[in-house]
Design a protein around this ligand. Structure first.
Ligand code: COA
Length: 367
């Protein structure tokens, strides 16, 4: 006879409190806060380094601390030669997220603090990871397209250097500002699937999934398929008719709207004017209108991130890696917090198999 009463079960751990955090709060009624600061106050003003410092250290940096932190990250960007060699060995069709996962895993072998999980060592490792995740993406992309990785430009910030390392051109100030804002919006989101995985094991592979980070790559495919605003409603009604999931819509926590959407929508509008590609925002808006009418579902940040990355000149396969280049700050802050108050994460599952039954001898099993 079972000795345990059936416990409560919540599929996908929805609504389950899996731990405490002081890093980030996602208010279901649309607020997103990092360490108590509204993301809207920081999105367009702070550099990504400022937000990463806040997430990791708990308080905003003063001027001197920000300069030092920015320099520390810049100084850690270069990859060990063996990691570059490994990137060259991967098949050229390898998805950038798989390159990133393999690269991060290999980097750990070169990290002298690997086995030290003290707070200070975790901060040192975080700085290296924040720096090198970007380099893995940009160098991996160039190498898989038959080009050489470029040397670092340590006078550029993470956002500026990302453009430079990918395209070989120093970006304009407005492009750097825009990517900083995007990185700031993506930098953390409390116990999202990849961060929860990071607190337990590995985040990059989790982020790749289409229901999580991969949604911003899938959203671009959808928008390209739709093509023009007048096709949006019929396209969507057809997909809903066959019960397909629409990328860039819905969220486990936000039910009244994703607080990052208005900022990302404005960036998309701005970029549309700058690049003359003003069809994406009206398509997204039409999709928003019909999804609200038909399913009462709101857009999430990935809907608008897709055309934003596209108009900034990034290929869609880099959408999720770009997300990772930012979310790495949140992952690191959470892993550090987890280690600071560590208790083994060991959940239970709900058993749905056979009742207890007698073990038959092999002779009783036929055959
Ligand atoms: N398109 C169509 N229907 C959707 C939907 C979407 N994007 N998101 C949710 N729904 C529907 C579900 O089919 C379900 O309907 P039902 O009750 O008739 O079965 C209902 O809304 C509840 O959705 P559920 O899948 O239980 O929500 P969840 O909390 O498990 O999932 C997501 C959250 C994010 C995984 C889900 O909304 C999704 O797959 N979105 C698309 C991927 C995406 O954009 N991800 C990025 C998140 S930031």
């Amino acid at each position: 006879m079972p000795t345990e009463k059936k416990p409560e079960y919540s599929p996908g751990l929805a609504g389950v409190i899996a731990g405490e955090t002081a890093i980030c709060w996602v208010d279901p009624a649309a607020g997103l806060m990092y360490r108590g600061y509204d993301i809207h106050d920081m999105a367009q003003k702070a550099s990504f380094e400022e937000v990463a410092y806040l997430l990791l250290n708990g308080e905003l940096p003063n001027g001197k601390q920000l300069v030092e932190f920015t320099q520390q990250i810049a100084a850690e960007r270069a990859l060990p030669g063996a990691v570059i060699e490994m990137l060259r060995l991967l098949p050229s069709k390898t998805h950038p997220m798989d390159m990133l996962r393999t690269g991060v895993s290999m980097l750990s072998a070169f990290d002298k603090d690997l086995s030290d999980n003290s707070h200070d060592a975790n901060i040192r490792k975080s700085i290296r990871l924040i720096a090198r995740v970007s380099t893995l993406i940009t160098d991996g992309w160039r190498i898989s397209h038959g080009e050489q990785a470029l040397p670092e430009k340590t006078d550029l910030t993470q956002a500026g250097n990302f453009f430079y390392k990918l395209e070989g051109k120093v970006p304009q100030d407005w492009q750097i500002r825009m990517l900083d804002t995007i990185f700031n919006l993506y930098a953390d989101h409390e116990f999202n699937a990849s961060t929860f995985a990071a607190r337990v094991t590995s985040a990059v592979a989790t982020l790749k999934g289409p229901l999580h980070g991969g949604a911003n790559e899938e959203s671009m495919k959808m928008l390209e398929e739709i093509g023009t605003p007048d096709r949006a409603e019929s396209w969507l009604m057809k997909k809903l008719g066959t019960k397909e999931k629409i990328m860039g819509f819905g969220h486990r926590v936000y039910k009244e709207g994703d607080s990052r959407v208005p900022v990302m929508r404005e960036i998309a509008r701005d970029l549309g004017k700058r690049t003359g590609k003003e069809n994406w925002v009206p398509i997204c808006e039409k999709l928003e209108e019909v999804m609200d009418r038909e399913k009462h579902l709101c857009a999430n940040v990935d809907l608008y991130a897709a055309p934003v990355f596209w108009m900034l000149g990034f290929p869609p396969e880099l959408n999720t890696p770009l997300f990772a280049a930012s979310r790495v700050a949140g992952w690191c802050a959470h892993v550090t917090e987890q280690h600071d108050h560590n208790r083994l994460i060991r959940p239970r599952s709900l058993y749905v198999g056979h009742e207890l039954r007698p073990y038959p001898d092999s002779s009783a099993r036929g055959g």
